[in-house]
Ligand binder design. Structure first.
Ligand SMILES: N[C@@H](CCC(=O)N[C@@H](CS)C(=O)NCC(=O)O)C(=O)O
Length: 209
């Protein structure tokens, strides 16, 4: 069985969404990102993952796969019939990778600067402006489209939905882009997305209580 190391509402939520959309059972291990402890046994997360970051997917053969873009594509490729990623070699596969990279580097990492890393207000505002440019780009792309790539849900949509949920903590108001707010609302009512968010929201409450 696959195993996923995660922290509630962190980027590993996109991997949980992918697993649930794929209908793949997995064992989930909650990690505390600050203490780097695996919560179920107080184990050393860095012994599992030297990078100290989630997601980590433990494959059936015991190998560990990291980096959201790789993990998400791996999960999607386990169930090719579901189209959670376009087939390898199809032109849309490169579009999927383009979006996974954009979400990972511009939105996901971009979010950290104004939220956690910059203390100076001017620097925070500048970083927020940069994120807003990236969000505006995604909003324009989604103005007349239901999904990021092709005409069906892919793992990139799960990843973007997570990133958009987090942006409010960076002081970015999605109401500026009604199409994008509508897209997020549509993603959030997909049964598996809603269920995954529900599970992690509950877990988040338990770890922060
Ligand atoms: N490049 C990695 C980044 C993963 C990442 O930054 N994960 C965060 C949670 S969203 C984390 O575990 N941070 C803990 C740390 O960096 O110490 C990816 O794309 O998956």
């Amino acid at each position: 069985m696959l195993e996923l190391y995660f922290w509630p509402m962190a980027c590993s939520l996109a991997s949980r969404i992918a697993l649930m959309e794929a209908g793949i059972d997995a064992r989930y291990h909650m990690v505390h990102l600050w203490t780097k402890k695996v919560l179920e046994d107080d184990g050393d997360f860095r012994a599992v993952a030297p990078k100290g970051a989630v997601p980590v997917l433990v494959l059936e053969n015991g190998e560990r796969l990291t980096e959201s873009a790789a993990v998400l594509q791996y999960i999607a490729d386990l169930k090719p019939e579901l189209g959670l990623a376009p087939a390898p070699g199809h032109p849309d596969r490169y579009r999927l990778q383009e979006w996974l990279s954009f979400i990972g580097t511009e939105l996901h990492k971009g979010f950290l600067f104004p939220t956690f890393w910059y203390k100076d207000e001017a620097a925070k505002a500048s970083a927020r402006g940069r994120i807003e440019q990236s969000v505006a780009f995604a909003a324009a792309h989604l103005a007349n489209r239901e999904f990021l790539v092709g005409d069906r849900f892919t793992v990139a949509d799960g990843y973007l939905a997570w990133a958009l949920l987090l942006l409010r903590h960076a002081g970015v108001d999605l109401a500026q882009w009604p199409d994008l707010a509508g897209y997020l609302a549509r993603m959030q009512v997909r049964p598996q997305v809603e269920a995954a968010i529900g599970i992690e929201t509950q877990l988040w409450k338990t770890v922060t209580a």
